[in-house]
Design a protein around this ligand. Structure first.
Ligand code: AMP
Ligand code: MN
Ligand code: MN
Length: 318
């Protein structure tokens, strides 16, 4: 089964000349890192590659080789369309333009298997980890810039190799990428430690509204907070990573108000809980310990519904 799939993927990658690579909106390190990892490797084979992120590359990842070549929109026709780190076609923004992708490579349990070939490994810690393992199997090279991109994706999705899904394979793959020339401490610092003054102020505004009810904590980042801090991103600037460390809580929720009249919700859970299904029930998805959804409505409409569904989950283990 799997051998057929690898033969098909290998054939697709080697026989296609014009290749479009897409990943999800509000791209994280895994979206950017896996895109550049695959894209730069295909460029080594002489392929004509277009890499497209509807929201562009956030400043945290612009140091990666090739980041400047990532476009907001695709143009022209393609022999192959590949999606990375996206569980659902809607996560790709307007990238697909109604086309069916040829290959979907991802690690979300909630993946809808929406492409012609679907390579989804929920036990993988990052889509970049899947690529680090399988690019060589598919006959694609891991050069230094490819290794740097993939290691960045692995470091960010595991928050520095410390998420509950961490496994020895991830560390072995990371070691291989270091041997290929990736500077782990430098990439780690740029992806997870360095942050702008504005992002730090944005954190402060989010933290000042932090609420707690038993084992549940939540806070909100409003459009007003974004404006007041000068933060230019549309995400949480990784504030969830701080919230998930609250000792007293099993689940934390972050509400991020969006311009389009939607609210981006992020859940983070301690081991033993599965928040991916709540996210899925609100039209989103993710992993058991980290999930998200984009929910239409105002903060006042969305917040109570989400908190109620999350309380109900917590109540199942009272
Ligand atoms: P986030 O809270 O955005 O950091 O995302 C946590 C996890 O949930 C990541 O693996 C995301 O890919 C996934 N996720 C976030 N938002 C959505 C969404 N709207 N639909 C599907 N998956 C999502
Ligand atoms: Mn991602
Ligand atoms: Mn990922």
């Amino acid at each position: 089964m799997m051998e057929h799939l690898h033969a098909d993927i290998r054939q697709l990658l080697h026989n296609s000349n014009r290749i479009l690579i897409l990943s999800h909106i509000r791209p994280d390190g895994d979206a950017v890192g896996s895109m550049l990892g695959l894209g730069l490797s295909l460029l080594e084979l002489g392929k004509d590659v277009q890499m497209v992120l509807s929201d562009g590359v956030q400043r945290t990842f612009r140091h990666l080789t090739g980041a400047e070549n990532i476009l907001h929109h695709s143009s022209g026709d393609f022999d192959a369309i590949i999606t990375l780190d996206a569980s659902d076609p809607r996560r790709l923004g307007d990238g697909l333009e109604g086309r069916t992708p040829d290959l979907n490579i991802d690690h979300h349990v909630t993946n809808l298997n929406f492409a012609r070939l679907n390579f989804v490994l929920p036990e993988a810690t990052a889509t970049a980890a899947i690529l680090a393992e399988y690019l060589p199997v598919w006959g694609l090279p891991i050069t230094k810039p490819v290794a740097e991109a993939l290691l960045t994706g692995m470091v960010t999705d595991t928050i520095g190799f410390r998420t509950s899904n961490m496994n020895p394979t991830t560390l072995r793959l990371a070691a291989t990428l270091m041997e290929a020339g990736a500077d782990l401490p430098e990439l780690y610092k740029r992806a997870l430690i360095n942050r702008s003054f504005a992002a730090t102020r944005y954190w402060g505004l989010g933290l000042s509204d932090l609420q707690r009810e038993g084992r549940l904590a939540w806070t909100t980042l409003t459009l007003e907070n974004r404006k007041a801090s000068g933060y230019t991103g549309t995400d949480d600037a990784d504030l969830t990573n701080v919230l998930s460390g609250i000792d007293e809580c099993d689940i934390v929720v972050l509400f991020i108000e969006q311009k389009e009249g939607t609210v981006k919700v992020s859940w983070r859970a301690q081991p033993g809980w599965d928040v991916s299904q709540i996210a899925f029930s609100f039209g989103g998805g993710g992993h058991s310990a980290a999930a998200g959804a984009d929910i239409p409505g105002t903060l006042e409409e969305v917040r109570p519904k989400v908190l109620e569904a999350t309380r109900q989950l917590l109540d199942t283990k009272k």
